[in-house]
Ligand binder design. Structure first.
Ligand code: FES
Length: 77
């Protein structure tokens, strides 16, 4: 049985991105999307955060996790 604070620390998601900020928030204007797909990181391991650099593959191998990016696609009408 771990103390509550210790259990919360062990469950950190963000290990190193913008730790100087109290909260990491990213804003993306949908109008700025071009015709290509844009992948946004949800594993918090990308070196190009908030854009996915495929670091989730290594993270999943090491941890047994199953996270992947958010892929935004623009419909071409
Ligand atoms: Fe984080 Fe791909 S690098 S989801």
């Amino acid at each position: 049985f771990l103390p509550k604070k210790r259990k919360q620390r062990d469950s950190l998601i963000n290990l190193k991105i913008q730790k100087e900020n109290p909260k990491v928030v990213n804003e993306i204007d949908i109008e700025d999307l071009n015709s290509a797909n844009v992948c946004y990181c949800r594993c918090w391991r990308s070196k190009t955060f908030p854009v996915c650099d495929k670091s989730h593959i290594k993270h999943n191998e090491l941890t047994g996790d199953n996270v992947g990016p958010l892929i935004l696609k623009k419909k071409i009408l």
